[in-house]
Design a protein around this ligand. Structure first.
Ligand code: PEP
Ligand code: MN
Length: 231
């Protein structure tokens, strides 16, 4: 099972170290954290940029973890190759074909999110740009819906269908609904649908998080998810 966990955004060296320490102690191998954040509003926290990647790399190395982080721009490819083990292509960039080509050219493992309103054929088409990457994980992260009680809606059928088409598919129960109370139920649904893994937002102090505070799990909540995965 592929488990990627960590904060939405890299906020500081101290918090990132705390995350890596906690997650690695459970056995989580992949540390996530955004340094270049695609935010809806320009006055929101945009991430620490290259310094964020340095912090993430240092924390991951100190605890024997691998780094998963979003790349938002083709100009970042050289730096991404230095600091990141698995290049994450975000939902908002899932059809940015220049970015897909540039990520493919690095020959690094890639995590490709599904776009906010992407059909499965469009998603498969985007994956077609990533033929040279040694490992490709598609990530179902929920799509736009008119339902007001969730931020996005996790498409469980898509997990099964993309696996049928031969892909490795993980699920993101954090962004899918946008609230921490939904994370465990959606993780269970994704695993029941035979997802190959999960990417989950976890923060040492979610209520103080600079980004996606409502959906990040506190450590005890992640521990509960982990225990269920192990059980
Ligand atoms: C993320 O995982 O940090 C993220 C921004 O997700 P998405 O691209 O799915 O919104
Ligand atoms: Mn987030």
């Amino acid at each position: 099972m592929i488990i990627v966990a960590g904060p939405c955004a890299v906020e500081s060296a101290v918090l990132t170290e705390e995350s890596a320490q906690f997650l690695s102690s459970l056995g989580v191998q992949f540390l996530r954290g955004g340094a270049f954040k695609p935010r809806t509003r320009p006055d929101s926290f945009q991430g620490l940029g290259l310094e964020g990647w340095r912090i993430l790399r240092r924390a991951a190395d100190a605890h024997g973890m691998r780094v998963v982080s979003e790349v938002t721009d083709i100009r970042l490819m050289d730096a991404a190759c230095n600091f990141v083990d698995v290049l994450q292509i975000g939902a908002r960039n899932a059809q940015n074909y220049d970015l897909l080509r540039a990520c493919n050219d690095t020959q690094k493992p890639i995590l490709l999110k599904r776009g906010l309103a992407m059909t499965l054929d469009e998603w498969e088409g985007a994956a077609g740009y990533l033929q040279d990457c040694p490992r490709l994980w598609l990530c179902e992260r929920g799509h736009r819906t008119y339902m007001p009680h969730v931020r996005f809606m996790l498409d469980v059928a898509a997990i099964g269908e993309m696996k049928r088409r031969g892909f490795t598919v993980i699920a993101d129960p954090s962004h899918a609904a946008g609230e921490r109370k939904f994370v465990l139920p959606l993780a269970r649904a994704a695993i029941a649908a035979r997802a190959d893994g999960l990417i989950v937002e976890v923060h040492p102090c979610p209520e103080r998080a600079m980004c996606d505070a409502a959906q990040q799990l506190a450590h005890p909540e992640f521990r509960e998810l982990w225990a269920w995965l192990e059980g």
